[in-house]
Design a binder for this molecule. Sequence first.
Ligand code: GLU
Length: 493
Amino acid sequence: MIEGPVRVRFAPSPTGMLHIGGVRTALFDWLLARQTGGQFILRIEDTDRARYTEGAVEDIKESLRWYGLDWDEGPDVGGPAESYFQSQRGSYYSSAAERLIGSGAAYECDCTPQRLARLRAAQQSAGHPPGYDGRCRNRPREEIDHSRRQGLPVVVRMRTPDRGRVSFHDVVRGEVGFDLARLTDFVIMKSDGMPTYHLAHVVDDHEMRITHVLRGEEWISSTPRHILIQRGLGIEAPVYVHLPLILGKDRSKLSKRHGADQALAYRDQGFLPEALFNFLALLGWSPGDDTEVMGRDEIVGRFSLDRVSDSPAIFDPDKLSWMNGVYIRSMGNDELADALLPVLSDPRGGLPESVPRPIDRERVRELTPLIHERLKRLDEAPELLEFFFVDEVSPNPAEIVQRKMDRASTVAALREALDRCRGVDPFEAEVLESVYRALASELGLRAGQLFGSMRVAVTGRRVAPPLFDTMAAVGRGGCAARMERAIEVLEIS
Ligand code: GLU
């Protein structure tokens, strides 16, 4: 457990819609902040204008809100920093770059893209690793100024030591060491005056007094660069926590193919934020026992970096569905009805257009108990409930006829069923069940045969909520009309 409040940041680049892996990082940040009474900061790393994607910042904010990851400082909420958008913090980076140049830790470089391309090609054909050869390390200032006046691109590079090692402590991996001979002079400021990620985030993490940097494992190999920049600026390194990769079940890089998606897609697919919160918390962390279903507060209480694993986490969409079902079952009927209303009303994927809007909340509330137990995702509800809302269903004759029955015997059975339907009193599930069990044995049918035909007749589907509850909810008139229709369908087909 960490002593004292942390300051952690989630620092996405708005280069696309937020992915589920990003939410996992933000979630671990948030957990640490809430557990220690610290701050969770959102910072938008938007210095790469070429890859800037319209709408990405909104998507990031909306996603974090949906997952319940409220930030204490950042866009919309403000905070002590002047801005939480890197594109508006340029002066911090240019003054850091000047300091680095002033002390000799960095230098300006006017190598043209053509020269760099030739260098790379030569290195490649000689079988050497690519990297800058240090040509500008000792260029006189006048030459650089001259190039600049000529309109040639000038970048700033860190002067990396030619030998030695740099090492840092990572909370998940322990001591991590790098051979500096493998690190060539890298760019910290581009020719457009924009900092690279390496410089910008180091400056910001320092300025924003970040204590712990949580980020994906893919950044480990860049960390020696960050340590060199920190040394050059004379600032202290934060505590590094590189989170394990998230892989698909086939252990390849996580993608849509694995059922993993953009952060907000889960909302649209009828998942509950609480279920995803719980599921994502377990991607790389475990509470140390078999507990899987844990609410937000319990996770905040139990979360610990000591139990973050250094091996990849596997994203299992079946487990996510299961967990979502668990959370749906834990909702009250009213709560579920409220959650279902927008899903059922949705013009895309909701109940058919023919069902009048607004959808009747009371009716939905009456029906939720019928599907509550089996629902794994909210977006399954429209299909499961549709037949309650439409006037007619269109049963498929082949589905009405059950195993070891034919059309004639099915028609005969449904006629009897229709007849009994008129007399059932009260028209309630228990009474219906006893009436129709008795009918099945009178007709010499197995209950499953009679009930199967009735189910398809009344709902138009082979799989539906429990038959007698369903019939009670459809009502006597509706059930009778649907059975008549099924008989008709069988007779004319
Ligand atoms: N902007 C980086 C990204 O989007 C942040 C990496 C970090 O957290 O340091 O991946």
